[in-house]
Design a binder for this molecule. Structure first.
Ligand SMILES: *Cc1c(COP(=O)(O)O)cnc(C)c1O
Length: 400
């Protein structure tokens, strides 16, 4: 595909000269200094910065505990372990997510069961969860898609009735709230990621927040080989050098210089979110009356932290499919993306026996979605470039 041919829709120049990515980290001098300070100190891993970062995140979301990991994926793996997911256990989750949300179930020999989503919010639908519960169901992993919280109360109610553990993949939802309370304490465990496209970054990194001490202790051991040095917990004791590996854990530790970056980033989180919201209002205002396109659907009892801005195409009315619109926006130098390919479409999932057709709404949504650029350091001019490009492309292809 050549960019030239796609530009031919108006025969003219691209709206933007320079490519605008869909997401990007914000690193300033304070962040750099925070990392340098740790690099010059005694501990560059498993030192004081980890504990401090954990405390700060727990404080921010209002949880009792927080446990840092080397990635969000490692954190999900640990959460599934702590939840007791074992061979042949079923765990219900959404197909509209990054594969890591479901992979963590497979790591432990469990079986991901995909529940369909709500057509408007694109979040997992509580009634689809209810229909899939069996004797083998152990847990539910929800995803606050794009940053808008799921129907927490309904899901909590189902989980209590069936004795299920709930893990929230809140990768998109750091700083989001549900009925005026921050995401991070609603369920047994909540996972956050600090990958550079997420709200705050540590390069790679993740965190689990929980109010349960027993879960917290399992998570801490899982992060470091299943090894404990706690004299009270030892089964045996050979002397002062003695430590004990009590189950099969991993090395999923975050470094101290990453944690220090995280502490510095966390100070700016509320500012990052408000910058994201400014862009979102510009987008919403510009697109709400545009034909052939729908803006994100918002529930008024919850506050999104706006990790992603996903538009929906009216593929019935458009003369072309999502592919043409996507290519045309790319040709305008707009870094569009698609979140997400339904997890069970991936060849690996097909190979292990999943079939298309399982979640018709998620599959239909997949044909309609395009993610537009959204990150805190985007300027108003950047946002207007995106708006102009979308208007140009949509008005060209829309039947009206
Ligand atoms: C990014 C992401 C993950 C994985 O987090 P990593 O820190 O990259 O391992 C998991 N789930 C969702 C929904 C994500 O967006």
């Amino acid at each position: 595909m050549s960019n030239k041919s796609k530009l031919a829709i108006r025969g003219g120049e691209a709206v933007r000269k320079q490519y605008l990515p869909y997401g990007k980290q914000w690193i300033d001098d304070d962040d750099i200094q925070a990392v340098v300070n740790v690099l010059r100190s005694d501990y560059i891993t498993t030192g004081p910065a980890i504990t401090k970062f954990e405390e700060k995140v727990a404080n921010y979301v209002g949880s009792k505990y927080a446990v840092a990991f080397s990635s969000g994926t490692a954190a999900l793996h640990a959460a599934c372990y702590a939840a007791g997911v074992c061979e042949d256990d079923e765990v219900i989750t959404t197909p509209l997510t990054f594969p890591a949300t479901a992979n963590c179930i497979l790591y432990l020999g469990g079986k991901p069961v995909f529940a369909d989503v709500d057509y408007n919010t694109m979040n997992i639908n509580p009634s689809s969860i209810r229909k899939l519960i069996t004797d083998k169901t152990k847990a539910v992993i929800t995803v606050h898609f794009t940053g808008q919280p799921v129907d927490i109360d309904e899901i909590d109610h189902i989980a209590k009735n069936h004795n299920l553990i709930v893990i929230e993949d809140a990768t998109h939802a750091l700083g989001a709230s549900y009925r005026s309370k921050k995401i991070g304490t609603f369920s047994d465990m909540t996972m956050f990621s600090f990958h550079p496209v997420k709200h705050i970054t540590t390069g790679e990194g993740g965190m689990i927040t929980t109010n349960c001490r027993e879960l917290k202790e399992k998570l801490v051991l899982f992060r470091t080989h299943g090894i404990t040095r706690d004299r009270i917990k030892l089964i045996d004791d050979h002397g002062p050098w003695y430590y004990e590996m009590q189950f099969l854990g991993y090395n999923y530790r975050m470094t101290d210089f990453q944690a220090s970056l995280g502490i510095s980033q966390l100070k700016k989180l509320d500012h990052f979110i408000s910058e994201r919201k400014k862009i979102v209002s510009l987008y919403n205002r510009a697109f709400k009356d545009l034909n052939c396109l729908k803006i994100p659907s918002i529930n008024i009892d919850r506050q999104s932290s706006w990790h992603l801005y996903v538009i929906r195409l009216d593929v019935e009315k458009l003369k072309v499919g999502r592919r043409e619109i996507f290519d045309a926006l790319k040709a305008e130098n707009i870094g569009v993306n698609v979140h997400y390919i339904p997890v069970y479409y991936h060849p690996y999932y097909q190979k292990i026996g999943y079939n298309r057709g399982a979640c018709p709404l998620a599959e239909q949504i997949y044909e309609e979605i395009i993610t537009l650029p959204l990150f805190p350091s985007m300027s108003q001019d950047d946002a207007f470039d995106v708006i102009n490009a979308v208007k140009k492309v949509i008005s060209f292809y829309c039947e009206q």
